[in-house]
Design a protein around this ligand. Structure first.
Ligand SMILES: C[S@@+](CC[C@H](N)C(=O)[O-])C[C@H]1O[C@@H](n2cnc3c(N)ncnc32)[C@H](O)[C@@H]1O
Length: 477
């Protein structure tokens, strides 16, 4: 896990073609090639809903990692390419999330503000959606759309692991995303692209992009950006981004949109970002608006990351925010279930303030009280599962246990680090009497280690001792 010197990787023919195509544009072809042949560092960020970046750094170090703070993002850390933090308990309990460093930039530029209504038009696998949801402090409305329903599965897993209650996922072609869904304060269009900036993830491999495919992509990108603008309120912000170097998919798309609409303008980022350059204003004999220098390019040899492009567009007219949605109340049946959890775990009475429930089949789900689910048929899911069943004694889900566990005052067991591993690999843990003084004789308990709630267990008498049966989900282990 220690920082080993980066191993060079062999670039395939398609990657070499990318270097030849953009060598000059990159400003330093040799350094560009060198960077693409170097494995991509791992990047992760602290889930501020659960832990501060400083406390996460302490825990990462205790696990043998050597986190290096990302200069321009206070929540993020860089780790050597060979590290596998996704296997760590810190990741599995939602204290952090893994995301390519350059990919953090579009949401940074989108600058979501608490109380806003935000659309992520091409959201899967959902890393930027998670960033947005946390920037909104887990309240309000984030709509995460993608045209490929199956690609939203990692987002649904992240929602549970990170404890996010302000997201609704929808699965439809973003080009046709209904205008009747209402307007959004900010829209992210992180569009499908030729992915040339991800060669280091390959590693060293790239799927060549035939010209006709690039033409198809360009059409899709342009239509998606048009829709994103239409869905944004006057005075609101749109961020267009790709993970490719091709000016045809970046500056040229923005240039074309600027020339066809007079209700938008490019905006410069509020601050400078290390490792970025301005977008280009010409490419292969074509000249773009000089305003394109307000866009940002992330170059691997300048930033040490993958490649990215991002542009901030602001929509003209009145600067009026979307009306805040009124808060909804809990229904009586849900209130009974919640009262049961409050009583059993000794939770503060206000633990569920600012939240409401909805039903999805047998599941009771928690969502932010101000979250508005759009009226459209392509809804996939909203919120986070509170309980999976309608049994007489409902069981708190692992994701809800992780969310509220640290507020509990009874029916809690504290595990050692060895026992934590045992519990998280679904093995029983034997506990002596003095370890369960906060617990009823048997039943569901919250399981904690090092001040972090890991999930739920079932405590049963077992001769002189008690046995904690792990309820940690197999597919999270
Ligand atoms: C660059 S990826 C998005 C990455 C994502 N924003 C993240 O940070 O995890 C582009 C996504 O666009 C989706 N997509 C492609 N065509 C689309 C369309 N017409 N409408 C909506 N999504 C589309 C793809 O399925 C893919 O998941």
């Amino acid at each position: 896990m220690a920082n080993a010197p980066p191993r060079k990787i062999e670039l395939d023919q398609a990657a070499e073609a990318v270097i030849a195509r953009y060598g000059e544009l990159s400003g330093d072809k040799g350094a560009f090639e060198e960077a693409l042949a170097t494995p991509l560092p791992t990047c992760l960020w602290a889930n501020r809903l659960r832990i501060s970046p400083d406390d996460l750094a302490v825990k990462l170090k205790a696990e043998g990692f050597e986190p290096d703070p990302v200069e321009w993002n206070v929540d993020a850390f860089r780790l050597p390419a060979t590290d596998r933090p996704g296997r760590s308990w810190l990741y599995k309990t939602g204290l952090c999330h893994i995301q390519e460093e350059a990919a953090l930039l579009p949401v940074e530029l989108l600058d979501p503000q608490p109380g806003e209504r935000i659309l992520d038009l091409c959201a899967a696998p959902g890393n930027k959606t998670a960033q947005i949801a946390i920037a909104l402090n887990n309240r309000g409305t984030v709509i995460a759309n993608d045209s490929h329903p199956g690609r939203l599965a990692p987002l649904h897993a992240a929602i549970a692991r990170l404890g996010l209650v302000n997201i609704t996922t929808t699965a439809m072609d973003g080009i046709d995303f209904p205008l009747t869904a209402g307007q959004f304060d900010r829209v992210l269009a992180d569009v499908p692209c030729s992915g040339e900036g991800t060669i280091r993830k390959g590693p060293g491999k790239h799927t060549p992009v035939p010209e006709n495919f690039r033409d198809w992509l360009r059409g899709t990108q342009r239509y998606l950006l048009r829709r994103a603008i239409d869905l944004c309120r006057p005075g609101g912000r749109i961020v267009y981004s790709t993970c490719t170097f091709a000016p045809e998919e970046n500056e040229a798309i923005i240039d074309a949109i600027l020339s066809e609409r007079d209700d938008i303008q490019l905006k410069s980022p509020a601050e400078s970002y290390a490792g970025t350059t301005s977008g280009t204003t010409s490419w292969q004999g074509k000249v773009y608006s000089h305003d394109l220098s307000k866009t940002l390019r992330v170059w691997p040899h300048k930033s040490g990351t993958g490649g990215f492009f991002a542009a901030i567009l602001e929509k003209a007219d009145a600067d009026s925010s979307c009306p805040a949605a009124p808060a909804s109340e809990l229904d009586a049946a849900a209130q009974t279930v919640i009262d049961g959890f409050i009583e059993h775990f000794g939770l503060p009475l206000n633990s569920f303030d600012g939240l409401r429930t909805i039903r999805a089949g047998r599941r009771l789900k928690l969502i932010s009280a101000h979250h508005v689910i759009p009226e459209m048929s392509q809804i996939q899911a909203s919120g986070l599962t509170l309980t999976n069943d309608s049994a007489k004694v409902p069981k708190l889900s692992t994701e809800a246990a992780m969310m509220f566990g640290n507020l509990a005052t009874r029916n809690i067991v504290e595990l050692t680090s060895t026992e934590r591993t045992t519990y998280m690999t679904q093995q029983p843990v034997s506990l002596s009497e003095e370890r369960i003084t906060l617990c009823d004789e048997k039943g569901y308990v919250l399981v904690r280690a090092e001040g972090v709630t890991l999930g739920i267990g079932m405590l049963r008498p077992d001769g002189e001792t008690s046995k904690l049966e792990s309820q940690f989900p197999k597919n999270w282990a």
